[in-house]
Ligand binder design. Sequence first.
Ligand SMILES: *[C@@H]1O[C@H](CO)[C@@H](O)[C@H](O)[C@H]1NC(C)=O
Ligand SMILES: *[C@@H]1O[C@H](CO)[C@@H](O)[C@H](O)[C@H]1NC(C)=O
Ligand SMILES: *[C@@H]1O[C@H](CO)[C@@H](O)[C@H](O)[C@H]1NC(C)=O
Ligand SMILES: *[C@@H]1O[C@H](CO)[C@@H](O)[C@H](O)[C@H]1NC(C)=O
Length: 619
Amino acid sequence: METLVTVLLGVSLILAFIHFKFPCLWHDFQYLRKFAAVRLQRLKFRQKKPFYTILDCFLDRVRKHPEKPFIIFGNKSYSYLDVDRQSNKVANALRTHSSLTEGDTVTLFLGNEPCFAWIWLGLCKLGCAASVLNINIRAQSLLHCFFCCDSSVLIAAAELEEAVKEVLPQLLERNVTVFLLKSQSGTEGLRSLSEKIDRASDEPLSPDLRSRVTMDSPGLFIFTSGTTGLPKASIFSQDKVWAGALFLCLAGVTSQDVIYIPLPLYHGSGLLLGLSGAIERGITVVLKRKFSVSQFWDDCRRDHVTVIIYIGEIMRYLCNTPKRDNDREHRVRIAVGNGIRADVWRSVLERFGDIKIVEFYGASDGNISFINYVGKIGAIGRVHYFHKMVLPYTLIKFDTIREEPVRDSNGRCIEVWKGETGLLVSKITKMAPFAGYAGNLEHTEKKKLRDVFQKGDLYFNSGDLLMIDHDNFIYFQDRVGDTFRWKGENVATTEVSDILKKMEFVEDVNVYGVKVPGYEGRVGMAAVTLRERREFNCTEAFTHVSSYLPAYARPRFIRIQTCLEITGTFKYIKTKLEKDGFNPAMIHDPLFVLEEKNNSYTPMTQMHYDSIISGKIRL
Ligand SMILES: *[C@@H]1O[C@H](CO)[C@@H](O)[C@H](O)[C@H]1NC(C)=O
Ligand SMILES: *[C@@H]1O[C@H](CO)[C@@H](O)[C@H](O)[C@H]1NC(C)=O
Ligand SMILES: *[C@@H]1O[C@H](CO)[C@@H](O)[C@H](O)[C@H]1NC(C)=O
Ligand SMILES: *[C@@H]1O[C@H](CO)[C@@H](O)[C@H](O)[C@H]1NC(C)=O
């Protein structure tokens, strides 16, 4: 008896010790199990002949539960079978009315609506890749994005007709087939598509049409506003589409769940994580045209949503609304996304109840991702031995002034210690290749870092500064150099500069982001020099900025300087400007703030500054 007690005591002491020493052991094990399962599954898909793509998965779901709702949009509901038939019609219409063949790329310029799903699936059925454009881009940006994916067909939403007309001559000049999702078009060269789809047959398409698609064929092109210049198209091979689609599985979503997608489908989060993930799980999607703070929880209640996806600001907006009695009346049990800050995370839990928040990290162009499977508040992921073995990565010392990695006397990079901030780089290997950007070899090269630890080795430069703490949790710290994040979007400073420079009174521009207490990321600011004897025209600047830049990219503050500081290598110095921020008491240069109400920039006052800091004015 006594021995038994001693043994039991001993065992529980050992267990307690293990728990104390390795508090996440169980989570680590669970993650290992899922990570291995997902990897194995992808390997199996790869080996299947013919290849098993997300479309094949969709067709399996259709066979399994044809009547299950796939997409709920407002008051309308479309079953898996409905969407399948509708995508057959799209594919048949395009076969008749265009010269598309397997391997071609079609560009979608389309907001969130159910037809996004069936047009995309229709293209899959023809063996075509889709490039999905941000619906806010216009003119030069639009043309640039269209042409960099070598696309020959554009399909645009009816409400984007004006934007398409603006670039129509340039498209037609290069023999692009331009379709508008309307029943009639009054413009020459702009073809209507809706009635062609309506009239087309819903007969299934032969798999022969896509017989040459492999796991390495491009499936999607998704744009990132990267570190330099115009947006860049990240190539998503069929295999990488799977990597995105299997994320919900890693996050613990089951086939009984219902997912809410208010994020744009032209982003990785909406299309890969959300829509493709839903197909993989075989679940119902509640699709929303646009994120709305006031309707968010009502939508979730009405449609029995159990999973939401977010970008950081969304959760903050939800927490900023006045409290309501029914805040906890909902079925949401999992929130997957990235960019939630620790304080917001805590208020979500406090206010909306027990929601499992699964924060992850993964640049859509990158080749490395982390997932915070433990639910550690504030972290973006956790170092896991097995994960690191399969996809090697490390944090290296980075010089933020010179904006490059620090190298030792042998020219090699230096790994940082735990608790120190460093640049995330991941090894480019066969398991973790880097597909790069479509039509942009130069930018693809720029993201590669060579001779990191050994001569001839090759790493992907994420451009993100992270920190790993002593408990192996990973935290996001900042973005390097030419981009910053605002409202969940990457803002490319060079792109904003190029646009500001087009104003004739402007001589030179340095765009950067400044921190505002209580906000995730940085808000845009520009230091500007003026041409001789010219003045800063507030209304013209406002009009210019609003017509050429999406809201999140417009510089909120403009600071007029007599000259811009540059480095010895002719790079603009941003660090000091970022430190100065936008406090008029600290800045003696003329300082302007963008005022939407006045349709103008207006001089920044101390009062205005105080209101922003105190949260009275929301940005
Ligand atoms: C467009 O098509 C016309 C007629 O088929 C051809 O002559 C022309 O070279 C094409 N232009 C381009 C840019 O491909
Ligand atoms: C890196 O890319 C490969 C192939 O494109 C993909 O299989 C892998 O999942 C990617 N890694 C991550 C972490 O996204
Ligand atoms: C500013 O620009 C607008 C139109 O671009 C013009 O009408 C106005 O006169 C300008 N103001 C000044 C002070 O130059
Ligand atoms: C802009 O509008 C605010 C009120 O919204 C007003 O106080 C301010 O004077 C206006 N500025 C200019 C330059 O008209």
